[in-house]
Ligand binder design. Structure first.
Ligand SMILES: *Cc1c(COP(=O)(O)O)cnc(C)c1O
Length: 381
């Protein structure tokens, strides 16, 4: 059996009958740039998230950067985010001219450790940008309480969390603004790059609309200096077809995750923890295990693909030497970067395939006589 990390073709086969005509219709209409499908998808996605406004942009990265810029955050300002995120979160802050300030992750949920946020706040702090990592919403009530106390904005990096819920609310509706990625492998993926900003603030929505479209609302009338970060019309058409399926696909991911958790429960590895009140939608299924390279090699020999999210924390990347962090600054992030491995997960991963992966892991553990007990350092306390 071959089990890819994600299988985008399986999903395409499911919706081909709807998606092909939707894309062809764009060509027939010829409204290629900011065409009707963009506005239609923006309305549908805003409603889905439970917010007033959605502005389609060309990537999750752009969505994050446009948010930072829309709030006039730039040189001299600081934005707090998670040390164990994907680099795009941090790039959006620094490319807007502001300074990223990193905070270690919670040892259970992998999301920003809310008990460490206040120590990172300075007079320059303007916003907190929690990341709903791996598809689980961060501890938003605690983050919003800290933000209110210190008069800060909260921007959700919801790139991995399309459709994730928190206390019956949907990711993207929980802070001042949120960024989504529609990169093909994300839970709601386009057939190329795409992203969106959601917000309830009409001025922010308007500013992002200007920023994404060379600063103009009326053609050749430029109110501000903008960019070209528009959501492509064909991608919007694809997303419009896919959105009604999102909840079902996320439910399938949750089911696969539950099967993994069942089948791996007695093995010496740590499966994902479900936070209170958060409905994890498993963009990634990340476990912690000792000697992961050996496990990854064994799985590869069985035709099973795995991933690492992410192998080198941002503060240890050459690109961010300028921040002045050193090894030891974010101990949980650093330790987990050595232990995490992402197992295949996608909506079409049925129980037989999950069992095949789990069996391969069990076989590896047995062959190596891996201890029944986790090494002390791996147990989250
Ligand atoms: C994917 C991702 C992004 C960036 O999205 P792109 O569409 O690839 O630009 C940002 N933040 C996180 C956490 C992501 O996973």
């Amino acid at each position: 059996m071959e089990i890819p990390f994600v299988d985008l073709r399986a999903q395409y086969r499911q919706i081909q009958g709807e998606v092909d005509p939707a894309v062809l219709a764009v060509m027939q209409r010829g409204d290629f740039v900011l065409g009707g499908a963009v506005a239609e998808f923006e309305r549908a996605f805003a409603d889905y998230c439970g917010v007033k406004y959605c502005v389609g942009v060309d990537s999750g990265y752009s969505a994050l950067e446009m948010i930072v810029r829309a709030y006039d955050i730039g040189p001299g300002d600081e934005v707090i985010t998670a040390a164990n995120t994907f680099i795009a979160t941090v790039l959006a802050i620094s490319n807007a001219g502001a300074t990223p300030v990193l905070v270690d992750c919670d040892p259970e949920t992998y999301n920003i450790d809310v008990t460490k946020i206040e120590a990172a706040i300075t007079p320059r702090t303007k916003a907190i940008m929690p990341v709903h990592l791996y598809g689980q919403v961060a501890d938003m009530d605690a983050i919003l309480a800290i933000a209110r106390k210190h008069n800060l904005y909260v921007f959700e990096d919801a790139a991995q969390a399309s459709g994730a819920r928190y206390k019956a609310r949907t990711a993207g509706s929980l802070g001042h603004a949120a960024a989504f990625s529609f990169y093909p492998g994300k839970n709601l993926g386009a057939y190329g790059d795409g992203g969106a900003v959601t917000t309830n603030d009409p001025d922010v929505a308007e500013k992002v609309r200007l920023l994404r479209n060379i600063g103009q609302k009326v053609k050749y009338f430029h109110e501000i200096k903008g960019f070209n970060h528009r959501l492509d019309t064909m991608q919007a058409a694809v997303l419009g077809v896919k959105l009604p399926y999102l909840d079902g696909w996320n439910a399938s991911r949750r089911r696969a995750a539950a099967t993994y958790a069942d089948l791996l429960a007695d093995l010496p590895l740590v499966t994902p923890a479900a936070a209170d009140d958060a409905e994890h939608i498993f963009h990634l299924y990340v476990v912690r295990v000792a000697d992961r390279e050996a496990l990854m090699d064994h799985l590869k020999s069985k035709g099973i693909a795995t991933g690492l999210h992410y192998p080198i924390p941002i503060h240890l990347q050459p690109a961010y030497a300028e921040l002045g962090y050193k090894r030891g600054d974010f101990p949980v992030t650093e330790e987990y970067a050595e232990l995490i491995v992402s197992l295949p997960i996608f909506p079409e991963l049925d129980d037989d395939k999950v069992a095949y992966v789990a069996d391969a892991i069990r076989e590896h553990m047995a062959a190596r006589g891996v201890a029944e007990k986790l090494p002390e350092a791996m147990a989250a306390d």
